[in-house]
Design a protein around this ligand. Sequence first.
Ligand code: SAM
Length: 187
Amino acid sequence: MSYKNALSISHEIVTKYLAEGDFAIDATAGNGNDTLLLAKLVGDKGKVYAFDIQEIAIHNTCKRLKENKLEHRVQLINNGHQFMDKYISDKVKVVMFNLGYLPGGNHLIATKPQNTITAIDTSLKLLKEGGIIMMVIYYGGDSGFAEKNAIMNHIKKLDYKKYSVLVMDYINWINCPPIAVCIEKLK
Ligand code: SAM
């Protein structure tokens, strides 16, 4: 199967949706892997907004972009994604979330259910029709179940006439493999 895990699913889907000139948001910049993908896809006419609450994450993402000479396509914002509408008025095609803690960082500084839900609702307003939120949700282990459960309860109540919510879960794998979720804002 070419879909190796939730992360590769998220990258494949985002690559299909984003085109040159589009605007996108990385709600959890971390070490910059997703921000870099978005920056490559939007081209020089597009723009990426990338949020993280940790300075080290913003630093790592900035370094990653500079190594690829793509820093001019990205606005890095050292603040929580729950405040994204204070920084963005453009309509965007894709919003990515890669939840949990910074790999290689402090496991206690992780995404929180209420902030994530606020950011999902704000993202839905900022999305263009036909645009998507692409999320990778980690749970079990250090991440626990609270965030995953809160998000699932929230997104399954979204109006099906306005949004399609697709959940991709490797249901026969062990040890709580991450889940990929794609929410499309319908035209
Ligand atoms: N997308 C990243 C990458 O490609 O390397 C990985 C992201 S990591 C799993 C999750 C990140 O979310 C951490 O860097 C953490 O600091 C950040 N985070 C936690 N709460 C946040 C919030 N309210 N707003 C923005 N970022 C947050």
